[in-house]
Design a protein around this ligand. Structure first.
Ligand code: NDP
Length: 248
């Protein structure tokens, strides 16, 4: 179903995992897709090939999300290349598993910088465009751990809770300009990020779901596409979980 015909999207962290699935589903729904990645050229190129095969334009930009100036340049590059921007998906994220008594300053700062400041950087870069054109969709990927605590993940939970607060505030700022700003909060989803957590923690998270399954990247992407479409025009400042009932 082509819900996004003629739209231009930018996804942070689109080379792998959830971001990759989002980029592909936006393209299947007829958006042109630019995405950023940190280092993985090979994976980035394979996303470009897949989007191109779908029949949409694709732009892969190597950019560290923590770099404020670079975020401005990325948004400018998308605008200069395709003449606009309609959809921003803030997806790039990392985690470090550590109990609070062992967490060092570097681990705290790294997760806050990527998972929270990175989201600010791209919203700040796109806000003036969306405000001027009186339209736009911003979808921020947080986590159910932004709604509840995460054992051995105080930095991660704090950053994701911050994303939720940031989203609600930006929804208020940009609402008068017809810009929708929402959070998608996944539970456990099968990606490299989750493959890196201790197996017993992974099993515990899966056991928490009432559906008894680990989520797939497409489960998140389908909701993002809906929120990016005009069918979601009356939804803003919302936090929607995709977690198989893990949180309830
Ligand atoms: P992955 O580790 O599979 O992929 C991360 C993506 O983000 C990659 O494209 C990576 O680029 C990019 N990235 C990472 N750090 C940076 C950075 N500093 N600057 C630019 N790009 C960066 O992660 P997931 O797909 O699992 O996670 C995506 C989002 O979903 C994250 O925000 C995560 O917190 C959230 N989430 C994930 C859950 C899960 O269970 N998987 C659950 C809840 C939320 P590169 O390929 O170059 O490294």
């Amino acid at each position: 179903m082509a819900r996004l015909k003629g739209k231009i999207a930018l996804v942070t962290g689109g080379s792998r995992g959830i971001g990759r699935a989002i980029a592909l589903d936006l393209a299947i729904n007829e958006a042109d897709v630019a995405f950023t990645y940190r280092q993985n050229e090979v994976e980035a190129q394979s996303v470009v090939e897949q989007v191109t095969k779908i029949g949409r334009r694709c732009l892969a930009i190597r950019a560290e999300v923590t770099d404020f100036e670079k975020a401005g340049q990325v948004v400018e590059q998308v605008q200069a290349t395709w003449g606009g921007l309609d959809i921003l998906v803030n997806n790039a994220g990392i985690h470090h598993n550590e109990a609070i008594w062992a967490m060092n300053e570097t681990q705290w700062d790294a997760v806050l910088e990527v998972n929270l400041k990175g989201v600010f950087n791209y919203i700040r870069a796109a806000a003036s465009i969306f405000r001027a054109q009186k339209s736009g969709k911003i979808i921020n990927i947080a986590s159910i751990h932004g709604l509840r605590g995460r054992q051995e993940g105080a930095n991660y939970s704090a950053a994701k809770a911050g994303v939720i607060g940031l989203t609600k505030s930006v929804a208020r700022d940009l609402g008068p300009y017809q810009v929708n700003v929402n959070v998608v909060a996944p539970g456990i989803i099968e990606t490299d990020l989750v493959r890196a957590i201790p197996p017993e923690l992974r099993e515990r998270f899966i056991a928490e779901t009432v559906l008894g399954r680990i989520g797939q990247v497409e489960d998140v992407a389908y909701l993002v596409t809906f929120l990016a479409s005009d069918q979601a025009r009356h939804i803003t400042g919302e936090v929607i979980k995709v977690d198989g009932g893990q949180y309830i």
